[in-house]
Structures are given as C-alpha cells and as structure tokens.
Design a protein around this ligand. Structure first.
Ligand code: IMP
Ligand code: MG
Length: 177
C-alpha cells in the first residue's frame, strides 16, 4: 500500500495536533449551543472519530452519505445515498468533511439542509484545496490548506483504497493514469 505514495504531505503527529486544536476551538465557539455534527460519509469517518474526542461540550452526531466522485475527478453531480436520521429544526449544524475541493458537494449539502431550517450551518474540514474551488463556499474550520495534488489516507480514498493510511500522502500519478 505504501508503495503507491509519492510523499507524505501531513504526518500523523501534525494531524493529531491540528485536530485537537480544532476540537478545542469548536468547544469554545459552541458552548451551550448543543450542536449536531453531521459527518459526510465515507471520507469523514477517521477525522470525525478523532475530532469528537476533542469536543468537550454537549453535542450529538449524525451522518449522511453522498456520492459525487469517481476516480480523481468530480462528476459535478451529487446524490444522497443516506439522509439524516434526526430532525435538525432549530439546531446548530457542523458539517464534517474530509476535504473541501471544488466545493460542489458541500455547497449542495448546505442548500439541501438549509430547507429544514436549522439555526446555523458551519463547515469543518480536515483539508482545504482552495486552488480547485468552483462553488462559492468556505470552511469555517479547517486543519490544513493543501496544494492541488490528489491525496489519500486518514479516511481519504482513491477508488476505495488507502483510507486506512494513518497520514495524508500524495498518490503517485501512475496509480491513476
Ligand atoms: P468537492 O465536491 O469537489 O469539494 O469534492 C469533495 C469530495 O471529493 C471529498 O469529500 C472527497 O471524497 C473527494 N476528493 C476531493 N479531492 C480529493 C483528494 O485529493 N483525494 C481524495 N478524495 C478527494
Ligand atoms: Mg468524501
């Protein structure tokens, strides 16, 4: 598996430090607000599991599953494969994503959830790749801004592989060309 990695972009220790800092910041910002963390599956699962252990306030968690991607390029189309299981009426929502790339997925989700009249919607992402942004959306919380390279690990995949790497690595271009 490691042979497919060109180089490590973010080390395990750097990820842990940044995720812990984000958890502390969200805990300060949302104290007394009882937010709902909405994880966007599958990419969010490693990041969200770590992040939640650094959130020290009352909160709940829910998940959505969407597909927007095949290979290394966005198809532009978003489909909902699993919706929320609880009502979000009047609640403060924090969408948890692995990476904000074109922004098409999160922009779609934000609009999709807005209709249910939550009190607010914020975005928390592990990685932000601003160079490729198409939709008018920004991350309220982001751990790392990264260059325009295709990365895997810590939940992020290439065709369902490499999610189990404990760091963020740049995939060798020959793997997907
Ligand atoms: P967006 O709609 O273009 O912002 O894409 C969001 C989704 O694309 C993410 O949730 C990822 O699943 C996937 N994605 C975007 N860039 C990468 C990458 O570099 N590696 C792995 N998945 C990516
Ligand atoms: Mg994803």
């Amino acid at each position: 598996m490691e042979k497919a990695i060109e180089r490590v972009l973010v080390r395990q220790e750097e990820i842990q430090a940044a995720v812990s800092e984000m958890g502390a910041k969200i805990s300060r910002d949302y104290a007394g607000k009882d937010p709902v963390f909405v994880g966007v599956l599958k990419g969010c699962f490693v990041f969200m599991a770590d992040l939640m252990r650094h959130v020290t306030i009352d909160c709940s968690m829910d998940f959505m599953a969407v597909s927007s991607y095949s290979g290394t390029n966005s198809t532009g189309a978003v489909s909902i494969n699993k919706d929320l299981s609880e009502s979000i009426d009047g609640r403060h929502i924090i969408l948890v994503e692995d990476i904000l790339d074109s922004g098409v997925t999160l922009n779609y989700l934000k609009n999709y959830l807005q209709v249910r009249e939550p009190a607010s919607i914020a975005v928390a992402t592990l990685l932000d790749k601003p160079a490729r942004r198409k939709a008018d959306i920004h991350a309220d919380y982001s751990c790392f801004e990264i260059p325009d390279a295709f990365v895997v690990g810590y939940g992020l995949d290439y065709n369902e592989r490499y999610r189990n790497l404990p760091y963020i690595g740049i995939l060798k271009p020959e793997i997907y060309s």
